[in-house]
Ligand binder design. Sequence first.
Ligand code: CP
Length: 324
Amino acid sequence: LLTVAGLTVEEVAAILAATDRLERMAAAERAKILAGRRIALLFYESSTRTRTSFELAAKSLGAMTTLVSDKSSSIEKGESLKDTGLTLRALGAECIVLRHANSGAPYLLAKTTGLPVLNAGDGMHEHPSQALLDLRTMLARLPGMSGRLVNAKTLEGVTVVITGDILHSRVARSNAMLLPRLGARVVLCGPPGLLPDDALGLGLDSKGGIEIERDFDKALKQAGSGGKAVVMMLRIQRERLAGLELDLGEYISRYQLDEERLMARAPEALVMHPGPMIRGLEIAGEVADGPNSAIEDQVRHGLGVRMALLVRALGAGGFESVTV
Ligand code: CP
């Protein structure tokens, strides 16, 4: 799984169906599916949610995991991604979950090792498992969605407003690629420095149901009421800003999702955030903890979706048997 662009809608449906089956399965049954298989978690960037949920997902399927991080391995001594991957393969890793600061690193690792690679976030490029768990959260939380078949019309009538640091966000990019293919309208919102003038500047297809609205209040209003609105807030990625100066006071006044703004513009909207969130900056604490928030649900769904992705990556008939 390198990109959501490589997944057909049918494959997305199969992944979510497998997620349902795996979550309902008795723990003892689930632990046989990847019993004895070896999965390496290779993390060149910090992570709490993605790393922990891939690790717990692998263990609950019976697999053995090993974590290699850039801070405590021979990567610190200058070993290349290729040689690190070949070393993990020589040690018996059958699959590698990779987070890397460079866009495209998972492609290189897959090519050089020949192993299945799960992209756990590559630079400013993609975060496919996050988009899949976000989709599952929407299906679980939006009214009338539960149990819906996943197809090109599943999210018809749903508007997803993604707000904040779009430019540096692999989460925004994967969601903006995936959600319109299921019928959603995606509105990107942020100041010029964090959101280029047109969607093509993000490497996205401008014909694909993606719009830009710089005024957050207008974007929220467009998402509207009626329970079909999602507002996804993003952290400003200071580590990738590269000299861009932001007036945080102005940013907060124009783009922070607080209770007053939410209640005035889109009181029924589902509030999402991939995390980590900076309370008091892009999102107010009362909204993050409020009844509209699906932020903890997103984390929970990450476990099930990543179980399905690991079974899919390691094949051995397991994926087919959990999707039928
Ligand atoms: N959403 C996400 O990728 O969070 P982590 O960086 O904690 O894994």
